[in-house]
Design a protein around this ligand. Structure first.
Ligand code: NAD
Ligand code: DAU
Length: 352
């Protein structure tokens, strides 16, 4: 039986599919709407793979989702599809509600109909894994303990509110309908194929273009950074061994301030691609107006997935950052393609 992923042409989904197909696992079907963040080029190397099928479509399209389920008979669904950028959700939230809430609800409902038609064995083995975020838990003070799975939901941005709503729907389909769901709440990812609207690829791109490196507010906000392939291995682990109805927090144990992250990028670029004038890229740092409602600190307590499922991250922050900066240096054409067109108007509007 195949598995179905949604949003597989985005950053995390593409990394997940590339690894999955490199590991001789069941066939994989990918439905993606190809929004500005979805890039079919990410999957060019597997486009002709015998075990890969791409469907261009929207998770909110009920007829299409039902047709895919009937045709491919998946044994699992992994829901990556989302509007994922906090800053864009501040400029306008309706797309976030449409995909993250309405889209997830549609996917759950069509999955339930499909699941009810499976035989008892298949029903028992079936899994719906919902990929969510630590942002649903809100913001921590410096000395607060890290988020556990029982931390109250306190979403502060339209993005995190929409993800929180989707998490609640997923939970409800388990408790009300018995659908075997799993939810993962992960911290900030970084690595290859991340769209350069997010902090790390944005800073790499701007540095190389001689542009300012914008740091919101005082740059002391803390995020818990996880290399993307470690997130993918955690998802595979939860899919294989997670208990239906359970939530698993995933994090990197890498709490860094934004300023530390940007300085790390600058240090690596100084070494790998020095500026023509020999000065540090750090000179391009500029402190700009803060993000409204900016969460101060996120930190994940990943002890549940570590002790119950035996997962641990493989990359340190240092090794992951080196791989990431090197990937962006080696893939300038990919960056050129995704930073043309719409990207330019977003940057002009947002950083004006
Ligand atoms: P992304 O923005 O890079 O990719 C999202 C993908 O979803 C794109 O390919 C896009 O075309 C697709 N998509 C959007 N709307 C769709 C729709 N209606 N139907 C079908 N496809 C649609 O996002 P990402 O960073 O890869 O995040 C993937 C998931 O992981 C999201 O659910 C996000 O909330 C979650 N997450 C992300 C991070 C992170 O740091 N990036 C951390 C934790 C959780
Ligand atoms: O925590 C998980 C979340 O991480 C995911 O759910 C989101 O999909 C993902 O986008 C990410 O959200 P953040 O808002 O934390 O990521 P972003 O890269 O946008 O910003 C990281 C930090 O850097 C944040 O504190 C804001 C800051 N920042 C960001 C940008 C784009 C800046 O200081 N300057 C910038 O130009």
């Amino acid at each position: 039986m195949a598995i179905l992923v949604t949003g597989g042409a985005g950053f995390i989904g593409a990394n997940f599919i590339l690894e999955w197909l490199g590991n001789d696992l069941p066939a994989i079907v990918n439905i993606d709407k190809l929004t500005y963040a979805g890039n079919i080029d990410n999957l060019a190397t597997v486009a002709e793979h015998a075990d890969y099928t791409f469907v261009h479509g929207d998770i909110a399209d009920g007829e299409l989702v039902s047709q895919i389920l009937t045709q491919h008979q998946p044994s699992a669904i992994i829901n990556f599809a989302a509007e994922s950028h906090v800053d864009r959700s501040i400029h306008g939230a309706s797309e976030f509600i449409q995909t993250n809430v309405v889209g997830t609800l549609n996917l759950l409902e069509k999955t339930r109909e499909y699941w009810l038609g499976l035989d008892a064995n298949e029903q028992q083995r079936f899994r719906f894994l919902h990929v969510s975020t630590d942002e649903v838990y809100g913001s921590l003070h410096t000395d607060d303990p890290a988020f556990t799975e029982s931390h109250p939901y306190q979403p502060n941005s339209p993005y995190s509110a929409s993800k929180a709503a989707s998490d609640h729907l997923v939970r409800a389909y388990f408790h009300t309908h018995g659908l075997p769901v799993l939810t993962t709440n992960c911290s900030n990812n970084y690595g290859p194929y991340q769209f350069p609207e997010k902090l790390i690829p944005l800073v790499i791109h701007n540095a190389l273009q001689g542009q300012p490196l914008p740091i919101y507010g005082d740059g002391q906000q803390i995020r818990d950074w996880l290399f993307v392939t470690d997130h993918c291995s955690a998802i595979r682990c939860v899919l294989e061994a997670g208990e239906p109805g359970e939530v698993y927090n995933i994090g990197g144990l890498n709490e860094k301030t934004n300023l530390q992250v940007v300085n790390t990028v600058c240090d690596l670029l100084d070494e790998l691609e020095p500026r023509a004038d020999g000065k540090s890229y750090g000179r391009q740092i500029e402190f700009v107006k803060d993000r409204p409602g900016h969460d101060r600190r996120y930190a994940i307590d990943a002890s549940k997935i570590e002790t119950e499922l035996g997962w641990t991250p493989r990359e340190s922050f240092e090794s992951g950052m080196l791989k990431t900066v090197q990937w962006y240096l080696d893939n300038a054409k990919w960056v050129d393609r995704v930073t043309s067109g719409d990207y330019r108007s977003w940057v002009a509007r947002h950083y004006a």
